[in-house]
Design a protein around this ligand. Structure first.
Ligand code: 7PJ
Length: 271
């Protein structure tokens, strides 16, 4: 079992979309061999984890069928299962998670925080693997339709406490839980900023924290509407902030750039 080591340095999770419609990769890697090539490049560039997803959860995206999602991700997992780094499966479907785990994935990344599929908690408990519990308000289809919070940080913290209890009630071990406030998932720009500003509030809950901000719309909004292709430098700015604040995992498209970023910061402040 490939173990994740937390606390020494921020881990870099490389995003591998196996989708024809993903907002950044734009279908370039939609076919399996392109996905595998991209995974090989991420490994070579120094990724600590590869996160494979077969369904786009960008705002407004339509769900894909179970069969289609399996058909996209399983061949890619099989092709890279012997990599020396762990593979995580980005899905909210228990069946996809179970099949991915059988075929070589060893982390579950659930954007619904174990809520969309009632079987998900059982699968995670059965395979005894780390799980990322993300916060989302609404569903990918409707989440950006005027989300409202009284206190976004408190609401997400309370959600985490509730979902951790839920996970533990199914036999998921505490040490397997990773929390993620879900940048852009039912949040306006001001909410995303508030989350980042209060990053240490989430860490106080005592679980490793993941942040997924890579090339997201909050960066486009701050930078006068630039498109995803131009959001690398903005992404790196937020990543620097995350690394300086000892976030445990950052989920990014651009692995090499982030390995460089982390090396420079470690050279200055110490690993
Ligand atoms: C996230 C994710 C995130 C976690 C996506 C995109 C949208 N999983 N999957 N956290 N985002 N855990 O990459 O823009 O922020 S898909």
């Amino acid at each position: 079992m490939k173990k994740l080591e937390f606390g020494k340095r921020t881990l870099i999770m490389g995003i591998l979309n196996v989708t024809p419609d993903s907002f950044y990769d734009g279908g370039k890697y939609s076919i399996w061999d392109r996905a595998v090539q991209r995974a090989e490049k991420m490994l070579e560039d120094g990724a600590d984890i590869i996160d494979i997803g077969g369904e786009s959860t960008r705002p407004g995206a339509e769900p894909v069928s179970l069969e289609e999602e399996l058909d996209r991700v399983i061949p890619v997992i099989e092709a890279i299962r012997d990599f020396p780094i762990p593979i995580s499966i980005d899905t909210y479907k228990a069946k996809v998670a179970a099949e991915a785990l059988k075929h070589g994935a060893s982390i579950v990344n659930d954007i619904s925080g174990l809520r969309f599929d009632p079987e998900m908690a059982k699968v995670v408990a059965k395979y005894n693997v780390p799980v990322i519990i993300m916060h989302i308000k609404g569903t990918p289809r409707d989440m950006q339709k005027n989300p409202h919070y009284e206190n976004v940080v408190e609401e997400i913290k309370n959600y985490f406490i509730k979902q951790v209890d839920y996970a533990i009630s199914f036999g998921i071990k505490r040490e397997n839980i990773i929390l993620d406030p879900g940048i852009g998932f039912g949040k306006k720009l001001e909410h995303n900023i508030e989350i980042l500003r209060n990053i240490n509030e989430f860490k106080k809950l005592g679980f490793p924290l993941l942040i997924g901000h890579s090339r997201k719309s909050m960066i486009g909004m701050i930078l006068d509407g630039i498109p995803p292709e131009e959001r690398l430098y903005g992404t790196l700015a937020i990543s620097s902030y995350c690394i300086m604040n000892k976030v445990h995992i950052i989920r990014v498209h651009d692995v090499k750039e982030h390995v460089h970023l982390r090396k420079i910061l470690e050279a200055i402040v110490g690993a």
